[in-house]
Design a protein around this ligand. Structure first.
Ligand SMILES: Cc1cc2nc3c(=O)[nH]c(=O)nc-3n(C[C@H](O)[C@H](O)[C@H](O)COP(=O)(O)O)c2cc1C
Ligand SMILES: Nc1ncnc2c1ncn2[C@@H]1O[C@H](COP(=O)(O)OP(=O)(O)O)[C@@H](O)[C@H]1O
Length: 312
């Protein structure tokens, strides 16, 4: 898969069939749209292209008031898109200046003149260009003018629910990761480097790998305890994760993300780990003493082990 970060005369496109959007999470609905686009492009010997922005438009337009929290980092998104067989992803550098282009100017200057779009597939509720003024009708008129066709795609449902990135983000913030994972069609992931904590974990029999998220835009599930699957290099472990302020032992209010891996005893400081968040177990609590905390973590381990054995 080709990743284009800057459009210039070196980057050539073969009659691209293009879709446009943030595609946060690359959920089941997104996957269906992309699969059909890829298939059509293959049949017609054209190039399948996904056009997205980096950084996220809201981050550029409202840097103070809006902290964008997304399901996937750009790298995570690219990995999922590659799996779906897209030929090309354009990560267009979004700027304030760019945001002032009208829908018409964007289509003409970028999609037609720089990319040579032959067909566009857009979501049922997609709007684009300055103030999100560009509608499907306008795009169709521009298509007639500049000779490309436009298809609007219906919303995709799982049971009764129209799948959307917003719904998934809300489920994650509510701790409902099982539902989020169902709509995503894969597990929500947190990844980063293992950093040193206060070194208390090992003294209570539960050493925990504290993760430093490498990305501040990543959405973090609601504080609490979760069953998790941890990947370190090519190895994978069942684990239990705590997200929160650790009120029993700390009072600085900062949130940590830490995992206790089952049947594991290695030094993994500075290693990069990937955590698939599977199921919420309970809220984080303040215990009277470390002994009570320890007893509860033992129960959490049992809950997480039960979750994993129920999958077999
Ligand atoms: C499964 C699990 C559940 C936890 N639950 C709580 C909790 O409910 N309340 C709390 O204050 N800390 C909780 N913790 C955090 C512990 O306080 C923390 O792991 C321990 O103090 C070690 O800290 P350290 O990594 O800085 O050494 C939990 C940790 C794990 C692994
Ligand atoms: N089963 C395990 N799960 C997580 N980390 C482990 C495990 N066994 C050993 N470790 C190592 O121990 C470290 C955590 O020990 P801990 O006393 O909790 O210190 P810290 O406060 O620095 O996290 C981890 O970062 C890792 O290198």
């Amino acid at each position: 898969m080709r990743v284009v970060r800057q459009l210039n005369s070196e980057e050539k496109f073969n009659r691209p069939i293009l879709t446009l959007g943030t595609y946060d999470g690359v959920h089941l609905g997104h996957q269906e749209i992309i699969r059909s686009l890829v298939e059509k492009a293959r049949t017609e010997n054209k190039e399948s292209v996904l056009f997205t922005f980096d950084p996220h438009p809201r981050k550029v337009l409202y840097p103070e008031s809006y902290s964008v929290k997304l399901i996937d980092t750009v790298d995570e998104k690219l990995e999922k898109l590659k799996e779906l067989g897209l030929d090309t992803v354009i990560l267009f550098p979004f700027t304030k200046e760019f945001s002032r282009l009208s829908a018409m100017e964007f289509v003409r200057d970028v999609l037609v003149n720089q990319i040579g779009v032959s067909e566009m597939h857009i979501g049922h509720d997609h709007h684009f260009g300055k103030n999100r003024e560009g509608s499907f009708q306008e795009l169709q008129e521009l298509g007639e003018l500049y000779d490309f066709s436009v298809f609007q795609l219906p919303a995709i449902f799982l049971e009764e629910t129209a799948i959307s990135s917003t719904k998934i983000r809300n489920a994650i913030l509510d701790g409902n990761v099982e539902y989020a994972n169902q709509l995503l069609g894969s597990s929500f992931v947190l990844q980063g480097k293992v950093v040193k904590g206060q070194q208390i974990g090992r003294t209570i029999g539960f050493p925990t790998a504290n993760i430093d998220l490498d990305n501040t835009e990543k959405i973090v599930p609601k504080n609490g305890v979760y069953a998790a699957q941890v990947h370190i290099g090519s190895k994978s472990y069942h684990a239990v994760m705590n997200i929160g302020t650790r009120p029993t032992i700390a009072n600085n209010g900062s949130v940590t993300i830490e995992v206790y891996l089952f049947d594991f005893n290695e030094d993994i400081y500075d290693q990069f780990i990937k955590v698939e968040v599977k199921q919420r177990i309970r809220d984080e609590q303040r215990f009277e003493n470390i002994e009570d905390l320890k007893n509860q973590i033992q129960l959490d381990e049992i809950s997480a082990r039960n979750y994993f054995s129920s999958l077999i």
